[in-house]
Design a protein around this ligand. Structure first.
Ligand SMILES: Cc1cc2nc3c(=O)[nH]c(=O)nc-3n(C[C@H](O)[C@H](O)[C@H](O)COP(=O)(O)OP(=O)(O)OC[C@H]3O[C@@H](n4cnc5c(N)ncnc54)[C@H](O)[C@@H]3O)c2cc1C
Length: 466
């Protein structure tokens, strides 16, 4: 099947987040595409907004450009001159009531050498010595998937786990170290751990061999905010793809030579192939009757709910550490605050010109969403208490705003990759249906774009197309 043969095919993309739009972008070169988005506007988790006249990101504020897919996509839709990196990298970790810079020479919170562990200032001498045991403990890692927590505790000890890896996982994925799969969440670390006797040795060898592992990821964002990427994609697609908003897909049915998507309001749309670029629990609902096996597996992918808050302070009233872009909070600190970004310092071109200070706060952890039980005012008050305890704050905020993200971040449990294998196997019985998005091969924007492009390529090369 060649790409030009596929030209006559119609593909229905369900979901207009970045994954659905990226899939539509790839498909539209060779197929007729209809994109269905339940909300009034495409974009999904992208949420650039204004709080008190200040541009703010309620959702993602940047993407990792190490994998070039999303950067290429942004350039393809005309943003090559608009992409900029943040002004600052790195984070502080709130440890025993003090802010300490997270070590740059750690990889996903794991020390790359005994010296690095000692120098970090985040571990006790005993904890640093225990971390060095990675060099002498038997290895490499063998057997089935393990949790990040089990792996790190065994190789580096509890201090590295609780003080370094836990806050990173909580701050970036709202994840619980005891549940999250090493192989699915940090495949580079899993690969090194399975090839080398010690992770530090594996890291040193791969660096000597010229492989880049760790280090600050090269983040980028459109100058005016992340939603600009969605706008540019939608503009670019407007003449090539039919984008239907307020179009809620309810279920998938089989149809001769393809699939039928039933929509709310008693209408339907047929396509030779379908991309489900919706959260896994929605994909499960849509597939419930047609492919119960795949639906059952998809329903087993858990999601964490989080909340983000914007605080704006008068100029000069908060001492924000100048050498990092934010703060990560270990679970054992027992705070509502999971992480914070010094937003006006990280993105100075978006900072209010009058010097007001903007901070983004994150709440919510997979193991128990501390903020869920609180109404908005109490959640804001709890986050404010935590920020005030972490930083020198001399005034009340001028504005505060909170956004809830229910079931927003997929949690890759131990065995996630096997689950994905079982889902793909189950989908073979209903050809033409493909999955894309954050639930499968990585939760970052770059990963979701890659998953969308893989789904689109599979369709374009598939015998299911006429
Ligand atoms: C607060 C927050 C901060 C984040 N920060 C970052 C960051 O800085 N960098 C980064 O790389 N990642 C970040 N992420 C993760 C990243 O934003 C997401 O993983 C990514 O945007 C998910 O894209 P998606 O297209 O897979 O899903 P979504 O964005 O969830 O899109 C799915 C779409 O499907 C639609 N839909 C749902 N049901 C139906 C239906 N029945 N019919 C039709 N349409 C339907 C939804 O309305 C939605 O538009 C963050 C996530 C959150 C929540």
């Amino acid at each position: 099947m060649t790409r030009s043969d596929a030209k006559r095919a119609r593909v229905v993309v369900v979901g207009g987040g970045i994954a659905g739009l990226a899939a539509a972008h790839r498909l539209s070169e060779h197929a007729d595409v209809v994109l269905l988005e339940a909300a009034e506007h495409p974009g999904g988790k992208f949420a650039t907004t204004e709080v008190d006249g200040v541009t703010f990101e309620n959702g993602p504020d940047s993407f990792v450009a190490r994998e070039p897919d999303v950067e290429r996509l942004a350039i393809a839709v005309g943003l090559s001159h608009e992409l900029i990196p943040p002004a600052l990298f790195g984070a502080h970790i709130w440890s025993n009531g003090k802010l300490k810079r997270a070590p740059a020479d750690f990889v996903f919170g794991m020390p790359t050498s005994p010296l690095a562990a000692l120098r970090s200032g985040l571990l006790s001498p005993r904890g640093a010595a225990r971390a060095a045991a990675d060099l002498v403990l038997p290895g490499p890692l063998a057997g089935p998937d393990v949790s990040i927590g089990d792996f790190v505790r065994r190789r580096f000890g509890s201090e590295v786990l609780d003080r370094l890896v836990d806050p990173l996982l909580a701050g970036t994925r709202a994840g619980e170290t005891s549940d999250i799969s090493l192989a699915a969440a940090v495949p580079q670390i899993d690969g090194l751990a399975r090839r080398h006797r010690s992770l530090a040795v594996g890291l040193a060898r791969s660096r000597r061999a010229g492989t880049k592992v760790g280090g600050p990821p090269p983040f980028l964002a459109p100058r005016s905010g992340m939603s600009r990427l969605i706008e540019a994609l939608v503009d670019h697609l407007s003449t090539r793809v039919e984008i239907r908003t307020s179009a809620v897909a309810l279920r998938l049915e089989r149809r001769d030579g393809g699939c039928r998507v039933q929509l709310e309001g008693d209408s339907s749309i047929d396509g030779e192939a379908v991309v489900l670029a919706v959260p896994a629990f929605t994909a499960s609902d849509l597939l419930g009757e047609l492919n119960p096996l795949a639906a059952g597996e998809l329903a087993g992918i858990d999601y964490a709910s989080v909340a983000t808050a914007c605080f704006i302070w008068p100029p000069g009233s908060v001492d924000v550490p100048p050498d990092a872009s934010g703060l990560l909070v270990p679970s054992r600190e027992g705070r509502t605050l999971a992480a914070a970004t010094w937003f006006s310092q990280k993105w100075p071109h978006l900072a209010p010109p009058d010097g007001r200070i903007v901070i983004k706060a994150f709440a919510g952890r997979a193991a128990g969403d501390a903020g869920a039980a609180l109404d908005d005012d109490r959640l804001l008050a709890a986050l404010l208490d935590d920020l005030t305890a972490a930083l020198e704050v001399r005034a009340r905020p001028l504005a505060a705003d909170v956004v809830r993200w229910p079931r927003a971040l997929p949690q890759y449990a131990v065995g996630h990759l096997d689950k994905i294998g079982r889902i793909e196997e189950a989908l073979r019985s209903t050809p033409g249906i493909h999955l894309a998005g954050a639930a499968y091969g990585g939760t970052g924007i770059s990963d979701t774009v890659r998953s969308a492009q893989v789904a689109a390529d599979r369709i374009l090369h598939s015998a299911a197309l006429p």
